[in-house]
Design a protein around this ligand. Structure first.
Ligand SMILES: [Zn+2]
Ligand SMILES: [Zn+2]
Length: 135
């Protein structure tokens, strides 16, 4: 966890536990899921602590906040830029590591300096599709 040494914030055991839980986690958990996963180790920790820590990590650029799920905010550990697919049946969010050629069709794009884009795909995931076919 040395990579968090120069993170610019105090690493309390709770913050460390949240970072460790998110490290390499591709499930895009919600704040509530993160809270439930680590509260066993910190019985006195409140949900507000988890929420505030996530908020701070997002502001520091260590964690990405996803708004693709209208039901709740979901969190993604900071990794290389990627897109997301959300399943409207099971709410699973998959990472999409693929390049898409996205550009303004009109000349309006010339007025902006575009530094990136994030695509949110909606639909049915492979396992829900399989389940659908089996019934
Ligand atoms: Zn699904
Ligand atoms: Zn992701």
């Amino acid at each position: 966890m040395n990579k968090y040494k120069d993170a610019g914030f105090k690493l309390t055991p709770q913050r460390m536990a949240i970072l460790e839980y998110l490290e390499g986690n591709r499930e895009h958990p919600s704040a509530d899921e993160i809270y439930r996963a680590i509260r066993g180790r910190f019985p006195t920790m409140s949900f507000a602590t988890v929420y505030n820590t996530l908020d701070m990590l997002v502001r520091k650029g260590k964690v990405i906040e996803l708004t693709i799920d209208p039901g709740k905010k979901r969190f993604d550990p900071g990794v290389s830029p990627h897109h997301h697919f959300i399943c409207s049946k099971c709410r699973r969010i998959d990472d999409i590591f693929e390049e898409f050629d996205v550009r303004f069709a009109s000349g309006r794009g010339k007025k902006y300096r575009v530094t990136g884009h994030h695509i949110e795909f909606y639909g049915i995931c492979p396992s829900c599709l399989e389940h659908e076919r089996a019934h």
